[in-house]
Design a protein around this ligand. Structure first.
Ligand code: SF4
Length: 234
């Protein structure tokens, strides 16, 4: 047997036995944002992740994780430098992690940067891809949750910012109104419920989804767009 074949066979495949129920529902902010924005439709995926621990697939759809990590780290570092140059006190990623425990679920997040200055407080997330509504919503959930869930920021009001490589977008604190909070908390309650929502399998979502087919037999592995359908109508 070649070295490569030996290495491959050593990687355990996900099994039913790798599935462990969580003691109570746990939700990362990033699991909610695409559903809120309507960019994803499979609510079952978020429900399943919030209720279970399991061996995840990389679910990368061809995504280059190491390049993303380096580009993201570089963007955080340059944004941090700009903020310090503008006299903000800045904290980064792991320093900003929060765990917001409700009766139905725990909501966790880790904003890339939090910048505090006498006249202004900012929560910033940096993104290496194209702008999306879900990026704004991620920062908006942080703007709502951080002052409630992090003792050192308790009661403070934050504006938000999404920083891309060549541009950035500001989000006013006033966007965090009762309607927004209601939408977020309703989705959290839906995801935390014991009853599972419907699945919405599609190649576009399944290829990025970390849930293996042993737990989701409806998983779609092949795009219908790659299957030849021939017509003489045009
Ligand atoms: S594999 Fe597809 S259908 Fe299954 S949970 Fe993930 S996105 Fe939904």
């Amino acid at each position: 047997m070649s070295k490569l074949a030996r290495k491959k066979s050593a990687i355990p495949l996900p099994t039913e036995s790798s599935l462990k129920p969580r003691k109570s529902p746990f939700i990362w902010v990033t699991w909610l944002t695409k559903l809120l924005a309507g960019e994803d439709q499979c609510e079952w995926a978020t429900w399943f992740k919030s209720h279970h621990r399991f061996d995840k697939l990389s679910g990368d759809g061809g995504f280059d994780q190491s390049k993303w990590q380096m580009d993201h780290a570089e963007l955080i570092a340059s944004t941090k430098e700009d903020l310090i140059g503008s006299e903000y006190v800045v904290t980064v990623e792991n320093q900003n992690g929060f765990s917001f425990r409700g009766q139905k679920a725990t909501l966790s997040g880790k904003p890339d940067l939090i910048a505090v200055r006498e006249d202004e407080n900012l929560i910033i997330d940096t993104k290496t891809g194209a702008p999306r509504l879900s990026h704004d919503l991620q920062v908006m959930i942080y703007m709502w949750a951080v002052p409630l869930a992090t003792p050192r920021f308790r009661g403070m009001q934050f504006d938000g910012m999404v920083v891309y490589k060549d541009t950035s977008r500001r989000i006013k604190a006033s966007r965090i109104d009762a309607k927004f909070v209601d939408r977020v908390t309703s989705l959290i309650k839906q995801v935390a419920a014991a009853e599972c929502p419907a699945k919405a399998p599609s190649f576009g979502e399944c290829r990025f989804c970390p849930i293996p087919s042993v737990h989701c037999p409806e998983r779609i592995e092949v795009s219908e767009a790659n299957m030849d359908c021939v017509t003489n109508l045009f």
